[in-house]
Design a protein around this ligand. Structure first.
Ligand code: COA
Length: 386
């Protein structure tokens, strides 16, 4: 029996800052951002959006009356939680109208959380093939205005349904993971912006990738020649390119070209959205599904990395031919219809943070279906305007 990703949806706020504009404002050559970092645009998250609303927006695309009662768990990966105690999954469950007979929990290990959810979901569905698990990766990537990390911000959510006989990707059983206590990126509870040792985090990312890829190959007796595409956690798209280049010499010339072509397909959306932390690898996978011409049965590798640090390399085979033109049309339309902010507008929105007291927010500029309307009696107030 095959277990894997049956459906995969993505959502991001309807406003962005153009990175050529940002480069001019920061007195940098635009090519540093466009080529050196590999980003063209960056989602800007208004105060009326958080991980719950963004996750609801993504998940509502893949949950309907045909599968609502099959969902046994929500595994919500995030490092941008809204409460020290209560999980974002519980809020999401209510917004989606899911039944009470399910488990709803939040998972945290930097950008790795959704991968932990995906692997746990696979194990659960293996034992309960009639059930489905909703896995979320939702985050707001914040480093701060005029910091080196500013160009690697972003935000959004992916929602995945894990099921038996999946329609997108059947996951292989072999997987290689690794964790080590490393201070390359962290965010103390009193901060909304991350602390990061940028270059160090890039080096650790590559080290982890090389280690888990080698271990995976040893366990599975596969080589790079068995992969039609390699996908990566993309905090910024150049990071994935650096990782790919680290193993490319293992491939012959024709396959190197093929892997580089598929990598381009896998970063189309990430270039326009920026960093999603937990969701980045899966946005990249969505991008590959929608922009590549791979065939059913082709094997794809996935590298997940969460600073701090944890990495995993795993794989799956496509269960349908690509591209998914309907998904591509939907996402391209949503991205094209976003409002382009000036740098001054982006800075103003970035500076807005929720107060530690009750507030009624102005939601008139937010076109999303799910919005945060304010705080009442210290409780976040959500509305489904759909
Ligand atoms: N044209 C093309 N490329 C240019 C350029 C230009 N005019 N100017 C600079 N570049 C290149 C640099 O050569 C460099 O490429 P390289 O990484 O291949 O060497 C790249 O652009 C970035 O330039 P750099 O000066 O190193 O950027 P930075 O010091 O401003 O910081 C990060 C870059 C990624 C370290 C920083 O954005 C950061 O800390 N981000 C958050 C951490 C993160 O996401 N880590 C990833 C692991 S999870």
């Amino acid at each position: 029996m095959k277990i894997g990703i049956d459906r995969l949806a993505f959502s991001s706020p309807a406003m962005y800052v153009d990175l050529t504009d940002l480069a001019h404002a920061r007195d940098e050559d635009p090519n540093k951002y466009l080529i050196g970092i590999g980003q063209s645009q960056q989602a800007v998250v208004p105060i009326t959006q958080d991980v719950v609303t963004m996750a609801a927006e993504a998940a509502s695309q893949i949950i309907d009356d045909s599968n609502r009662d099959q969902i046994a768990m929500i595994l919500f990966g995030t490092e941008s939680g809204i409460d020290h105690s209560k999980s974002a999954a519980i809020y999401l469950k209510r917004l989606l109208g899911l039944p009470d007979q399910l488990r709803a929990i939040e998972l945290k290990q930097a950008c790795y959380g959704a991968t932990a959810g995906l692997q746990m979901a696979k194990d659960y569905v293996t034992l309960h093939p009639e059930k489905q698990v909703l896995v979320i990766g939702a985050d707001i990537a914040r480093y701060g205005i005029k910091t080196p990390g500013e160009v690697t911000q972003g935000g959004g959510a992916v929602a995945m349904l894990v099921s038996a006989e999946p329609r997108l990707l059947a996951l292989d059983d072999v997987t290689s993971f690794r964790s080590e206590d490393i201070m390359d990126f962290w965010r103390p509870l009193y901060r909304t912006e991350a602390l990061v040792d940028g270059r160090y985090s890039e080096n650790i990312y590559i080290d982890f990738f090389k280690a888990v890829f080698a271990d995976y190959c040893q366990q599975s007796q596969r080589t790079i020649a068995d992969f039609k595409a390699l996908t990566f956690h993309l905090p910024f798209t150049k990071m994935g390119l650096k990782a790919l280049r680290a193993v490319l010499p293992q491939a012959d010339e024709a396959q190197q070209t093929e892997l580089l072509t598929q990598f381009e397909a896998s970063r189309v959306y990430n270039r326009k959205v920026g960093n999603l932390y937990t969701g980045s690898l899966y946005l990249s996978l969505r991008s590959l599904f929608d922009n590549s011409d791979l065939q059913a049965g082709d094997r794809i590798g996935l590298f997940s990395y969460g600073s701090g640090a944890e990495g995993e390399f795993f794989s799956g085979t496509l269960t349908q031919a690509l591209p998914d033109v309907a998904s591509k049309a939907r996402i391209e339309t949503a991205l094209t219809q976003r409002q382009r902010l000036s740098v001054a507008e982006y800075e103003q929105i970035f500076a807005e943070t929720l107060p530690a007291h009750d507030i009624l927010l102005d939601t008139s500029r937010d076109t999303s279906r799910f919005v945060l309307t304010g705080i009442k009696h210290d409780q976040r107030q959500y509305v489904d305007r759909g």
